[in-house]
Design a binder for this molecule. Structure first.
Ligand code: GDP
Ligand code: MG
Length: 183
C-alpha cells in the first residue's frame, strides 16, 4: 500500500475578485458557490469581505480567496486595495439588463488599471434562468469575451447552473499557468 499524503506540500492560495454592476448577482454567486445558499432579496445579502474556499484541482488542494465588493460598486468606489494581489476575476453582468453588459468595458479598464494585465478573467452572464427577460444573447457575450481574451460562461445563482464551473475555470487556469512556470 502506498501513501502519497506527504507529497502534498504546496499550499496554493489565489485571490479572486468579483466585479460588475450592482445587483448583477455577485454576492449570490459567491453564496451559492461557497455555502450553497441563495438570497431572493438583495438587501439580505450579507456583506462578507472575502470567503476562502478549498478546491480540488488535478488532485491538489487549492484555496481560492474570493472577494466580494459588498456594495462598494454602488458608489463607484471599489478601492485599489480590493484589486491588490488578485490573480483571477469574475466579471459579472445580468443577461436580463443590457446596461450591465454595456458596463463591462468600464470594469475591464478598472481591473487593468488596478492590477496585473495577466489576471485570469471570466466574463459571467448571470441570471440565465430569466429566459423571458433576456436582453443580452449568449452570442453577444461570447463575441465580447473572445475580443477581450476572456473565458465566458452563463450562470444562474438561483438554479445553480454553471456556478461552480465559473469559479473552477478561473482557478484551474491560474493553477495551470503557475505549474508551467514552476516546471
Ligand atoms: P450584487 O449586487 O451583484 O452582489 O447582486 P446580489 O447577489 O445582491 O443580487 C441582486 C439581486 O438579484 C437579488 O435580488 C438576487 O436574489 C437576484 N439574483 C442574483 N442572482 C440571480 C440569478 O441567477 N437569477 C435570478 N433570477 N436572480 C438572481
Ligand atoms: Mg453584493
Amino acid at each position: 500500500m502506498a501513501f502519497y499524503s506527504e507529497e502534498r506540500t504546496e499550499d496554493y492560495l489565489f485571490k479572486i475578485v468579483l466585479i460588475g454592476d450592482s445587483a448583477v448577482g455577485k454576492s449570490n454567486l459567491l453564496a451559492r458557490f461557497a455555502r450553497d445558499e441563495f438570497y431572493p432579496n438583495s438587501k439580505s445579502t450579507i456583506g462578507v469581505e472575502f470567503q476562502t474556499q478549498k478546491m480540488d484541482i488535478n488532485g491538489k488542494e487549492v484555496k481560492a480567496q474570493i472577494w466580494d465588493t459588498a456594495g462598494q460598486e454602488r458608489f463607484r468606489a471599489v478601492t485599489s486595495a480590493y484589486y491588490r494581489g488578485a490573480v483571477g476575476a469574475l466579471l459579472v453582468y445580468d443577461i436580463s439588463r443590457r446596461q450591465t453588459f454595456d458596463s463591462i468595458s468600464r470594469w475591464l479598464n478598472e481591473l487593468h488599471t488596478h492590477s496585473d494585465m495577466n489576471v485570469v478573467t471570466i466574463l459571467v452572464g448571470n441570471k440565465s434562468d430569466l429566459k423571458d427577460a433576456r436582453e443580452v444573447s449568449t452570442a453577444e457575450g461570447k463575441v465580447l469575451a473572445e475580443a477581450q481574451g476572456l473565458f465566458f460562461i452563463e450562470t444562474s445563482a438561483l438554479d445553480s447552473s454553471n456556478v461552480a464551473t465559473a469559479f473552477q475555470t478561473v482557478v484551474r487556469e491560474i493553477y495551470n499557468i503557475l505549474s508551467r512556470k514552476v516546471i
